[in-house]
Design a protein. Sequence first.
Length: 202
Amino acid sequence: MVATFHSLVDEGRVLQGWPCRMHVCGQSEARRFQADLAATHVLSIVTPGRSYLGPRDVAPDRHLKIAFDDVEDGTRAGGPTLDLVRSITEWSAALPSEARLCLHGLQGVRRAPAVGLGILAARVSPAEAVAALARFCRHAPDPNILVVRLFDEVLGLGGALSSACEARFSGCGSTLRRRDQADGSDFDFDMLALNEERAQGR
């Protein structure tokens, strides 16, 4: 894997502090390519009730683990919350200017890009954040809109981030998206990742 950390200053923008130098990917990739990535900080989005199989041996003060399900109904148990989003915002705001952040979820398609978008929106306008998001992501992003709305509220953006996100990524979809929880089905992505590594002899 050729991993690239993009930042908001890559195109000549001038920012004070951490320029959002990050790489957004899936859990399996973050673990398998941990040495190649050489991230200084890791933000792991964990699925409640599943084993954590992401990067190991990261110093606790450089590793934020958060747990929530990929749901877009704010009334469902296990979903993202305002307090959780505030903790992400506060942690990322304290990153040093030289930090290289590996941000991963399970697949790197829904929750992680939504969190990445919120991190970007804390530094630039909603429109700029949405326009920049895809180049930070290893996979085509399909941001979880509930997470985006929570960042909208925490950052005081008045719905601008959600509107820009829905306009940009409307109907994006993903073949890797988890089956709709409403049908009671669930796919074991942990097993998929393990089987992939066994097939490759890792």
